[in-house]
Design a protein around this ligand. Structure first.
Ligand code: HEM
Length: 518
């Protein structure tokens, strides 16, 4: 009898609760919607993570909104993100089907836009292989030489630092992915990267990427000449460029491979592996499918590096300019560990403990990507007595998690020392700034590459330059004021700062590297 009670309690009760909650539609709490448009006005803001974090304080770990029948859920704490996006990854790893971005503009082949299906798993396998910690180690020579030429460029024209960061990220992406060396900022593959990133981030996915056609799918059948079908004309133009963006570097690499003059890269290694594997199972159809996947996996890698890196590096610059004592402390440590006659490299990392804390605090305080992209609930779910319907767009609110005062006391304060304070293993697990890279089966595949490349860039920038506010004619430091207009990446608007070589030795090192080209 006791065991029957136990069965009833453990099996039947959760089922009854599930059915009751899902039938009675007890949605998670959230701001009051208006009739018809729902929470449309609440969502109409460029830094959505800021109101989302205010709602988190008012309503709790999960907050629900809806717009024209689209359900939206913000997951605001690391614990809820772990419960839903990690532990229930089988439910929460989809992506919304965006008709405008995906189907009409042709982004549907990129990993970021692909929902959780067999193709997604094939693409992620390719990316995870190319971006695993051990694969990342093999890119270290490229990262090192990219970093050195970035320092030279920064020395030559410090005020163009944004252009140099973009060039650095784009050219590392091109060499790692396609083995292509970008000789200048006007390399056609860098230009098309910039162009496509601009309209993907600012036009296609602006406002969460939801267009009227995503709410009323029948609109996609409108003939493109009709008044009101301007979105179709725009989509056609963007699609053509996005296809070229994926095709052109891949086609050039294949041509170079046929003529035998190419550098090993992510694509060439996998194409060679596929060619060597000419078994009977490797039909023409399979080969075509593999090449199509590889082309889009490559494009997903190449297109994801620039804006995220730009956000991470400019936020680091803002942090050290506004916290000169942290800048000095990191430089003193580099001088002590590395000395003044060479530049920092990967082998120094273990000994640069303050720099490590500074790197973590830059990710935590700066938050380059404050909100995950929308995960899609692939079936109905119940969480803590509330109902989350299938199809809900679920956003991990990284901003609110990395600003959680329970885990990070005085979260607005930039304080690298917080990562040096002794803590229990449980606290160590809770204060993990890798939350900055998202969750579960959708976690950023580029996180290991970022961990090496952005760390090395920071170490080298601090080793040779001082970063400070611009001074006016009376020597008074000018405060830096920036805004954040990009809906996905926290990239500050352009700002001015002074970037000067730290001393004679730094100048000598820069000259040396300029001459040797490494
Ligand atoms: C500071 C740098 C970066 C940050 C903070 C960052 C952060 C993120 C975040 C938060 C997501 C969304 C995860 C989610 O939906 O749960 C993401 C997705 C993604 N990231 Fe990154 N990222 C960075 C750099 C990179 C780089 C360098 C690459 C490629 C080499 C990359 C490739 C991707 C891809 C392909 C996705 C989509 C994954 C998917 O949909 O399954 N990221 N990233």
């Amino acid at each position: 009898m006791a065991s029957l009670d136990l069965i009833l309690a453990t099996v039947c009760f959760p089922i009854i609760l599930y059915v009751w909650v899902s039938r009675s539609n007890v949605f998670p709490p959230g701001p009051k919607p208006l009739p018809i448009i729902g929470n449309l006005l609440d969502m109409a803001t460029k830094e959505i993570w800021l109101p989302a974090t205010r709602w988190a304080k008012e309503f709790g770990p999960i907050v629900y909104l809806h717009i024209f029948g689209i359900n939206i859920l913000f997951v605001n704490t690391a614990e809820a993100a772990n419960d839903l996006l990690e532990q229930r990854g089988a439910i929460y790893s989809g992506r919304p089907r965006l008709i405008m971005a995906g189907e009409l503009c042709g982004c549907e082949h990129m990993v970021v836009f692909t929902t959780y299906n067999a193709r997604f798993r094939r693409l992620r396998t390719l990316l995870n292989k190319a971006l695993s910690p051990s694969a990342t180690t093999s890119y270290e020579p490229l990262i090192l030489s990219g970093t050195r030429s970035f320092l030279s460029n920064l020395h030559t024209s410090p005020q163009a630092f944004i252009k140099h960061i973009r060039h650095y990220s784009g050219s590392i992406g091109l060499s790692v992915v396609y083995g292509h060396e970008a000789k200048s900022t006007s390399d056609p593959f860098l230009l098309i990267l910039e162009e496509c990133l601009w309209f993907i981030n600012h036009d296609i996915t602006s406002g969460g990427g939801i267009w009227l056609v995503d709410i009323f799918p029948f609109l996609r059948r409108l003939p493109k000449w009709m008044p009101g079908a301007g979105f179709k004309r725009k989509a056609e133009k963007w699609k053509q460029r996005i296809d070229e963006f994926a095709d052109k570097p891949f086609e050039l690499l294949k041509e170079n491979m046929s003529s035998g003059s190419y550098k090993p890269s992510f694509c060439s290694i996998l194409l060679e592996e596929a060619a060597a594997n000419k078994g009977s199972a490797n039909t023409d159809e399979r080969r075509a499918e593999f090449e199509f996947d590889l082309k889009w996996a490559a494009n997903s890698m190449y297109s994801s590096t620039t804006d995220a890196n730009l956000a991470a590096v400019t936020l680091f610059m803002l942090a050290i300019i506004s916290h000169p004592s942290a800048q000095k402390a990191a430089q003193a440590e580099i001088d002590a560990v590395v000395g003044n006659d060479r530049l920092p490299n990967f082998q120094d990392r273990e000994k640069l403990v303050y720099l490590e804390a500074l790197y973590k605090e830059c990710l935590r305080w700066g938050i380059p990507v404050p909100m995950t992209l929308a995960h899609r609930a692939m079936k109905d779910d119940v969480y803590k007595g509330t109902y989350i319907p299938e199809g809900t767009f679920v956003f991990g609110n990284i901003w609110s998690m990395l600003r959680d005062p329970e885990i990070y006391p005085s979260p607005e304060t930039f304080k690298p020392e917080r990562f040096l304070e002794p803590c229990t293993p449980e606290e160590e697990r809770r204060r993990d700034p890798r939350i900055a890279f998202g969750f579960g089966r959708r976690i950023c595949p580029g996180m290991h590459l970022v961990d090496s490349s952005v760390w090395l860039l920071m170490a080298n920038m601090l080793a040779v330059f001082d970063f400070s506010n611009v001074k006016d004619e009376h020597g008074v430091a000018q405060e830096i004021k920036v805004e954040f207009n990009n809906p996905i990446f926290r990239i500050p608007t352009e700002f001015k700062c002074d970037i000067t070589p730290r001393n004679e030795m730094a100048l000598k090192l820069l000259e040396q590297h300029k001459r040797s080209g490494v």
